[in-house]
Structures are given as structure tokens and as C-alpha cells.
Design a binder for this molecule. Sequence first.
Ligand SMILES: [Zn+2]
Ligand SMILES: [Zn+2]
Length: 283
Amino acid sequence: MNQQIKSKPSTLTKYDSIKFLSKNDIKLNDPKAWEWRGQFQEEEQSFADFRSLNHKITDSLKVIYIYPIGDFDSLENQLIIATKDYLSRFYQRKIVINSSFSTKAIPEKGKRNHYGKDQILAPYILYEMLEQDNPPVSLLKLAVTNEDIYPKESWNYVFGLANYKKSVGVSSFHRFSDNNLKESNFSQTLSRLIKTSTHEINHMLKIQHCVKAVCLMNGANNLGELDGRPNRLCSECLAKLTWSLDIKLKNRKMLLNRYFLENKLLSDLKHTSQDLEILKEVN
Ligand SMILES: [Zn+2]
Ligand SMILES: [Zn+2]
């Protein structure tokens, strides 16, 4: 009897699996004039474009540092800890929370009162506070604040800002809870904060705004647009993150899925559950 030689089954690469996930990508609608894409004409950054930047993160850059900026009550501290937990699952890196900076020491050039609202200049946080601090094995530094922030004089406010050359960024949850965090708006504030924080960190990893699909990396002009974009990277942006940090695809999705379940973020959970179904089928 002839013995049949079975060919070794081909193993799927992470990028093959990501191609399957593209089935869950949602097409973008044409933008309204007041939406981000209606105001800014941004070019697509393809996966090939991203790889050509050669921004692969080495294993020696182990730690993402969170800098809480402001005076926090216990619920706000809980929000920072929940954000830390999310970031460790999202990036599969160690996250360290630094001791908080008080805003009282910020000089006049780093703040303003805008139509009765106190605000902190986001670049002041990036370059005068974060950039000056050099903790060990730092991959990047993210400030998280309950203060309202603005990027420059001509802008009213911003949810977050990042500089990829300096690996510093900031996200503010001031407007996510109307500056009044309580049990009843905790989940919504958390969903918005983890979206903004990962969006800004992804910019620090040189991932640009996404114009390919409905995605965490879409630009957002206001809360409505922020809420309209999912807590999910489209397949192309996920490929960029995977290439940059060499993450474990299925394990990461399972950890994120559990996070959304534990924190009752049900619309976020829907997306990871759908992606996990595909990953379980193809792996
Ligand atoms: Zn952005
Ligand atoms: Zn995308």
C-alpha cells in the first residue's frame, strides 16, 4: 500500500488572520461638512506606508507611563486605574502610574480662562511637564487629566493631543462627564477615556488618522463624533499596531473582550465578540 505523504498544513500568519477580520470592518459614510473628515482632507496611510516608516518597537522599551494631572477624588482615581488596566491589555506592555502632578504650579503661560472656563495648555503638559521627566525603559508617556485642555490659542478645546517624535501625549476626561464624574456616568466616561487615550498613544506609535473604515483612529471634532467611532481598530490599523508591537492577536482580543464584559461596556463588547468569533474559526 502506498503511503500517502501528507503535506504539512500551512499555518496562518497574524496578517492572514487580520485579513479575515476585515469582514467586520464597516465602510465610512461620506462626511458631513462639520465632521472631522469634512474639515480636514487627510491622505490614507496604508499598511505598506506604515511599514516603510520602520517604526518597530523593540522589547527593551517596556513601559508606558501614565501621568495623572490634577486633583482627583476616589472615583476619578478608579477611572485612572481602569484606564491603566485597559492599556495593558491593548498594548501588552507594562503600565506604570506616576504620582500625580498638581495643576496649581502651572504658570500663567500654561493656562487660560476661556469664556469663564479654566483650561490648561496641552503643549505645556507635553513639553514642560512630561518631556522633562525621563523614567527608565520608557516606551511613551501619557498624561491623563480631569482639567479642560486646549492645543493653541485659536482652538476652543481638545480631548487629546500627542507628539510622536517626543513620545508624549495627553488625554482629558473633563468633557466626558461634564466635569462631574459619578457612578451613573462612570461607564460612559471610561469608554470615552480609553478611546481617546489609545487614539493618542497610537499617534505616538506613528499610526495616522484612518480614512479607510469606521475605526478608533478616525478623527473626531466633538463628543458626537467620538461616540460614533468604535472602540475597535479596523483591520488595516490593527495590522499596523501588530507589526509595531508584535502583539498576540487572539490573546489580546480575549483580554479586551473580558475587560468590556467586566466594565459593562456593551457596545464595545459587541465588536470584540464578533472579531473573536472569526479568530476562533481561523486559528
Ligand atoms: Zn487624532
Ligand atoms: Zn483604521
